[in-house]
Design a protein around this ligand. Structure first.
Ligand SMILES: Nc1ncnc2c1ncn2[C@@H]1O[C@H](CO)[C@@H](O)[C@H]1OP(=O)(O)O
Ligand SMILES: [Mg+2]
Ligand SMILES: [Mg+2]
Length: 290
């Protein structure tokens, strides 16, 4: 039975190839379109990188399926099946990319029977390649990663994201979550602008925890297995098992830190990634020109 190493190796090589497209555009002026909110951006490079990745994978593995951020925005379904599936965020950190803030990543996860077999996060400007394969550890540029193991939330550096939502409920929930964490207190709260790279910092031990509400499966599927394989813990913000479609995640150095954060953090309602958009009027994706 395949251990999917051929797919992992192929994913690493095409992530590195596709990063040339990201880097070539990084310093240029970008034409920006809006998706779900005034802070949810997409550029021609996001769409081009996704096309490059999917066409290369499809040519090599014609039966495999895809969940890609920009394909879903264009109307493709976001449903995880038992078939081998590549979950792709062509540029994680598009706002950073537009502003030339140097944290942008290509994130690729691969699932079979709905279980993640490997994850790749390539932080292009930093030239940092994070990867993990189920049961085989997590690595940064080939060096093995280990989460910090910190058990005391008051000694943690916690990473989160401000997110793209700008409605009152999301903003007040997001800011009050940060306030409650600072009051615990924690050592610090950070945000790099890319969920994938944020979470990889938990895997390195440089940060002790990460939480986020409102992101999508393609933002965190790859980095979730990287955290787990580095000895960290991944769960839902409500304390239940991690579900990459739920739009909620805590990644932490230990179960006790994850539980402490779950007790403090409140979620605002988000439509699941795999919910049929025709059944709900809220938060529809789709690209609007500006
Ligand atoms: N609607 C949303 N709410 C919160 N985070 C989102 C979001 N859409 C995307 N993100 C992700 O959150 C981080 C920025 O806050 C990025 O990883 C960004 O991914 P993106 O750059 O691929 O869009
Ligand atoms: Mg993203
Ligand atoms: Mg993206």
């Amino acid at each position: 039975m395949s251990d999917w190493t051929d797919c992992l190796d192929f994913g690493v090589s095409i992530a590195k190839q596709a990063s040339e497209t990201v880097l070539a555009a990084f310093l240029l002026q970008k034409e920006v379109q809006l998706k779900s909110s005034p802070a949810d951006l997409v550029t021609e490079t996001d769409q081009r990188v996704e096309r490059i990745l999917i066409s290369a994978i499809r040519a090599r593995f014609p039966l495999h399926r895809f969940i890609g951020e920009e394909s879903v925005a264009a109307g493709e379904p976001c449903v995880l099946t038992d078939e081998p599936t590549w979950i792709i965020d062509p540029i994680d950190g598009t706002v950073n990319f537009v502003h030339r803030f140097p944290f942008v990543a290509i994130s690729i996860a691969f699932t079979v029977n709905k279980q993640t077999e490997f994850g790749i996060v390539y932080s292009c400007v930093e030239d940092k390649l994070f990867h993990a394969q189920r049961g085989r550890g997590a690595f940064l540029n080939g060096e093995k990663l280990q989460a910090s193991g910190q058990e005391d939330v008051s000694k943690c550096v916690v990473v989160t994201e401000i997110g793209a939502e700008r409605d009152d409920l999301a903003l007040s929930t997001m800011t009050s979550n940060i306030l409650r964490l600072l009051q615990l207190p924690v050592h610090g709260v950070r945000a790099l602008g890319t969920a994938a790279v944020d979470m990889c910092h938990v895997a390195t031990g440089g940060a002790d925890a990460y939480y986020h509400i409102g992101m999508h499966c393609w933002d965190i599927a790859a980095s979730a297995i990287i955290v787990q394989e580095a000895g960290g813990v991944v769960m839902d913000t409500d304390g239940s098992d991690f579900d990459m479609m739920s739009r909620r995640v805590i990644a932490a150095s230990s179960t006790s830190v994850a539980n402490s954060i779950a007790q403090v953090v409140q979620a605002f309602p988000c439509r699941r990634d795999d919910e049929d958009p025709t059944r709900c009027v809220c938060g529809a994706a789709g690209v609007k020109g500006v």
